[in-house]
Design a protein around this ligand. Structure first.
Ligand code: ADQ
Length: 743
């Protein structure tokens, strides 16, 4: 064999050896890091909740579920269980793999004679590896039992595959490079180079191997920094949402089905204008779509929508950024009247809100509702580019679409989010088509609501009206081979709000808004921002201002309440009547307390673009959200986001979903006018220090639990479900795993 060839073979062998050893050393080290990290995290989360666990230990499942659910907020935790000292399972979250029962774990600990807390092990499930820890829960130094945490390690396998691939690439590149250099070197300075390399192979590291060592070092540095990022999680933002989508769903596009489109093109005398609709759903989902890209299927309702879209109804948005598409679906006037104004807004909307409005159910509206749901479901199916797309169905306009889509795309992951409350089963029972509505929703893989209470109400309705099995442990509905999970996902807003970037400072907003409204620079200002809807309690809000002025005379002539009210659903008589009543009430209160130029109520009945809305939030001393019933209410969260000066007081109805998140607001019963008036007085008198304390705490809450987290958690749950369904399909998993699917 020629000398050069022999030498090259030797070189390649050496490189392969270094790469192999490097790989083994790297995997071992990263394993050790991850395991000790998971061990520390398990100990940390259980210690942090130890007090709550210990307090509720005796109550068993009832008392422990909330704390266990809290622990599973960490997206890598698959499941958590609480075990008594004698190995009884007291409670377990739905996805806790049943393979690792309390008795099994305790027997293992005993067998190993392990005394360390936590005891940990790594195990293999058919779907991938998991890390199991058992952490002792104690009260006053006495152990009560153990909490078992199962962490998903499948991401570690993915990371190892990446490491392996990177090292292989490094190996090939280096081999190729080394071979080429060697051949050139052989010609130029054969003797010098070969003696150097011989020395290298005989154990001395020369400068020529530094690139390889450097690569390995770089790789180790990258892995370490990734591990750090994972451990810290970091804030939820578009970047993290995008990377969650890439990590968990291989970057698939998301298809949203919603009635309202995020950009409406309207004809005006000066040309086509783009309008941002006043809608909580759009406020929440638009930033998500900008982060994820994909298609938003919606009703093309603007007067210039057709001329701005292509032949198939597509238009790229946001204008100038064009990161995703809207697919517009055209409806006839009769369809819009029956499906949107009729069944959705005269039937389902009053049915789901406890606001004392009687639902109206007409058979012809229902027929339109069914037909239009089919039309939108067909449009969604035309937009997909795989057999198992991810589809986010939004709101009460599309209760039937999930099942219709499921029939055409049995492997789709369909997440349906119901943005309004889901009332008691008794109330839902008055809908003549209650079974169809519930059955339509059960076409979803996951049905989401803002609160656990709404989830429970939905499960009760299924229990009352449907043939199905309810897996209460997993919060899932089982119909034949399919199951639908029912989950709370409290919605939020983007953070930071991008509209704020262009806005003037708080003092400038204060000055310009006061000037616009004809108020003196030191006038006290309250603000209310809503669609003109009877569920928002606008009449009660104005009456509370009346109470404030009558009970607290020092605010007469000084306090003004400005109500921005976007006309909404004006084709419906009840909404037109509300408009008239609100106007009459404002006139009456103004007549009672007005003096000279002073009017306590200013009613601006118009749609305002977001920059104006945020300018008003920044200008006000207080914001009063007085909904009689509201799924979440994003106005409350927007007010908090707008106040980067940490001043201003939120007065918030106890009947909003937001009242559960924003506990530092002044929470009131909007029907209790005296209490609401007093709360506004307290807000106006509140010291800056107290305002700051309350506002900064609410800002922390909204910034952390923002809309990216909302979407991220839903998509991670969807990804988990897909992964399990794929694993169970591929491996025809044992009954144990099948039970865990979707749980
Ligand atoms: P909505 O009933 O539309 O949403 P909400 O959450 O309060 O209510 O959001 C309203 C949105 O419209 C906010 O972004 C607000 O800024 C905007 N808006 C209100 N009045 C406006 C005006 N005059 N001009 C311009 N914009 C205005 C539904 C449910 C809620 C749930 C959301 C999201 O009823 O309970 O919070 O979906 O899930």
């Amino acid at each position: 064999m020629p000398r050069l060839l022999r030498f090259l073979l030797l070189l390649l062998f050496g490189l392969a050896l270094v790469t192999g050893v490097g790989y083994v050393a790297l995997t071992r080290t990263t394993h050790r890091w991850f395991e000790s990290d998971l061990r520390a995290r398990s100990l940390f989360v259980v210690t942090a909740t130890n007090q709550m666990l210990a307090r509720n230990w005796e109550q068993g499942r009832e008392g422990l579920m909330e704390a266990l659910e809290d622990i599973t907020r960490d997206e890598r935790v698959m499941g958590v269980a609480a075990c008594s000292l004698d190995g009884q399972r007291l409670a377990a979250t739905s996805a806790y793999p049943l393979d690792y029962g309390c008795r099994w774990v305790l027997a293992r600990i005993e067998q190993e004679g392990a005394e360390a807390n936590p005891w940990t092990t790594t195990e293999a499930l058919p779907g991938g590896r998991v890390h199991l820890s058992a952490v002792t829960v104690a009260a006053e130094g006495k152990p009560l039992g153990r909490v078992l945490l199962v962490h998903d390690l499948s991401y570690l396998e993915r990371r190892e595959a990446t490491t392996r691939n990177l090292l292989l690439v490094a190996f090939f590149v280096l081999s190729l490079g080394a071979a080429t250099i060697t051949m050139i070197a052989e010609r130029l300075a054969f003797r010098v180079w070969t003696s150097e390399l011989r020395r290298a192979l005989s154990g001395e590291v020369t400068r020529d191997f530094k690139p390889l060592v450097g690569d390995v070092r770089e790789l180790a540095r990258r892995l370490a920094s990734e591990r750090d990022r994972e451990a810290r999680g970091g804030p939820w933002n578009p970047e993290r949402l995008r990377s969650t989508l890439t990590t968990h769903l291989e970057g698939e596009r998301v298809i949203i089905l919603a009635n309202r489109e995020p950009y409406i093109h309207e004809k005006t005398p000066t040309g086509v204008r783009v309008q941002h609709p006043a809608s909580g759903l759009v406020t929440a989902l638009e930033p998500v779509m900008r982060a994820c890209s994909g298609v938003w299927v919606a009703h093309g309702s603007g007067s210039a929508d057709k001329e701005t879209a292509d032949a198939r109804g597509h238009v790229k948005v946001p204008p100038g950024e064009e990161s995703y598409s809207i697919r517009r679906v055209w409806l006839s006037e009769a369809e819009e009247n029956g499906y949107y104004y009729g069944f959705s807004n005269e039937g389902l909307w009053p049915l789901c809100h406890v606001a004392h409005a009687r639902p109206v159910f007409r058979a012809e509206d229902w027929e339109h509702y069914v037909r239009v749901n089919r039309k939108f479901a067909d449009a969604v199916c035309e937009e997909v580019d795989s057999e198992d797309p991810i589809i986010l169905v939004q709101d009460y306009h599309f209760a039937l679409a999930p099942r219709m889509i499921r029939e055409r795309l049995p492997r789709a992951t369909i997440l349906t989010f119901w943005h309004i409350p889901w009332p008691s089963a008794e109330r839902i029972g008055i809908c003549p088509w209650r079974e169809e509505i519930i059955s339509g929703l059960l076409g979803s893989s996951i049905v989401g609501f803002h609160t656990r209470e709404h989830c429970n109400n939905f499960i009760d309705a299924v229990d009352t009206f449907m043939e199905s099995r309810i897996d209460r442990e997993a919060n899932a509905i089982v119909q034949g081979a399919r199951r639908s999970l029912v989950r709370p996902y409290p919605i939020s807003i983007e953070w930071p709000v991008h509209w704020l970037e262009e806005l003037p400072s708080v003092p400038d907003c204060r000055a310009s808004v006061r000037k616009e409204l004809g108020l003196s620079a030191d006038a006290l200002l309250g603000v209310g921002i809503d669609r003109l809807d009877y569920t928002k309690g606008i009449e009660e809000r104005l009456q509370a201002v009346d109470e404030l002025l009558s009970r607290h005379p020092e605010f007469r002539d000084r306090f003004t309440f400005v109500q921005l009210a976007a006309p909404s659903r004006t084709k419906i008589a009840r909404y037109r009547e509300l408009n008239d009543r609100v106007e009459a009430l404002a006139d009456e209160i103004n007549a009672r307390w007005g003096k000279g130029d002073y009017r306590p109520i200013i009613l601006l009945r118009a749609h305002h673009e977001p920059p104006t809305v945020f300018r008003y939030y920044r200008a006000a001393e207080l914001c009063y959200v007085s909904s009689l019933h509201d799924g979440m209410n994003l106005v409350a969260k927007e007010f908090v986001a707008a106040r980067d000066d940490e001043l201003g007081v939120l007065v918030l109805s106890q009947f909003t979903g937001a009242a559960r998140d924003l506990t530092e607001a002044l929470i009131v019963n909007p029907y209790d006018l005296g209490q609401a008036g007093d709360a506004m007085a307290a807000a106006l008198r509140m010291s800056e220090a107290e305002q700051r304390e309350r506002m900064s705490s609410m800002r922390r809450m909204v910034s952390e639990f923002n809309v990216y987290r909302w979407a991220g958690r839903m998509l991670v749950d969807a990804a988990e479900l897909r992964r399990r369904e794929r694993v169970s399909g591929r491996l025809s998993a044992p009954a144990v795993l099948a039970r865990a699917i979707g749980s």
